[in-house]
Design a protein around this ligand. Structure first.
Ligand code: BJW
Length: 254
């Protein structure tokens, strides 16, 4: 594993362009760090949401059962923040990759919808989407971009049931089909980029390990080391919005 020091001129590992140029099947796994430069707060770290809010009071099914209004006030606030954010160069590079590689899949843990806004379509949203609500009674899913929501907590127009954000909270299973698709893609990819995730939340954190076990090359891009850094082929320290455009330049050059 090689580590590069953090600066705006990123010294890329040698032959990285070659590795990208010869890759046939590429998976990109993203986390909150990709959206950080768009202004969406991350969860962990110095300015992360979990510094100011308690997970167990806001991002668990138990918290919602106890106090749906409190949980909804938090999500309504976050939706307001995200509504003002735009995709940044990292999102745009990842969207461009979809056209470039023979097989491509973006697996994101982000719920903000910015990857889709940037143009990605071959993608899985592992932890759901903050712009979708789900009826706790009927399971109906509803796209909703109202900011702020006119009624808190929101209720289903059809049955009057309580609506919840269609995101995955701690202790909840991921959608099995989505997870199975992610698993299949990482098992057969030859290159995986892991961008802006602390790589501590399971099962997402295991995906790069699975890819590695199936002989894929793993490149991590993060502003700081993660538990994954020592396991990957290349850990590039730097901002996603700087490193990803550099990677693409290297791909074009070689
Ligand atoms: C930059 C940057 C820049 C900053 N450029 N980089 C096995 C072992 C241990 C525990 C478990 C296990 N299996 C399951 C668990 C429990 C739990 C878990 O993993 N806990 C760990 C924390 C210990 N997992 C779950 O509960 C999951 N469910 C599950 O496994 O169910 C099993 C089950 C089966 C059958 C029945 C019942 C259950 C669900 C996890 C759901 C996670 N949900 C959240 C909230 C989503 C909704 C919302 O947004 O409100 O998802 S929590 C939060 O963490 C969010 C994120 O998607 C997720 C990951 O965070 P991410 O994206 O990595 O962000 P950060 O903030 O952590 O990191 C940002 C990174 O960016 C940092 O590294 C920075 O350095 C970097 N960065 N700027 C590049 N410019």
């Amino acid at each position: 594993m090689k580590n590069n020091s953090q600066s705006d001129a990123i010294p890329l590992p040698p032959h990285i362009g070659d590795a990208l140029a010869t890759a046939r099947s590429v998976v990109v796994l993203t986390g909150a760090g990709v959206s950080a430069e768009s202004g969406v707060p991350t969860f962990r770290g110095k300015d992360g949401l979990w510094r100011h809010y308690r997970v167990e009071e806001l991002a668990t099914p138990q918290a919602f059962a106890r106090n749906p209004l409190l949980v909804w006030e938090w999500y309504d606030w976050r939706r307001g923040l995200i509504a003002d954010c735009k995709p940044n160069p990292a999102h745009k590079v990842i969207a461009g990759m979809e056209q470039h590689f023979e097989e491509f899949l973006l697996i994101t843990q982000n719920v903000d919808g910015l990857h889709r806004q940037a143009g990605n379509r071959q993608m899985l949203e592992l932890h759901g989407n903050i712009w979708r609500l789900r009826c706790t009674r009927e399971g109906t899913k509803i796209e909703n971009i109202e900011v702020p929501l006119s009624r808190l907590p929101p209720r289903c127009d059809r049955c009057g049931g309580l609506l919840r954000p269609d995101v995955i909270w701690f202790g909840e299973p991921l959608d099995p089909e989505t997870l199975a698709k992610a698993w299949r893609a990482v098992e057969k990819c030859d290159l995986m980029l892991v961008v802006g995730t602390s790589a501590v939340v399971e099962p997402a954190a295991s995906l790069p390990i699975i890819a590695k076990q199936h002989n894929a090359m793993i490149i991590e891009i993060n502003i700081e080391p993660t538990p994954l850094s020592r396991l990957v082929d290349h850990s590039i320290t730097g901002r996603a919005s700087v490193v990803l455009p550099e990677l693409v330049k290297a791909l074009v050059k070689e």
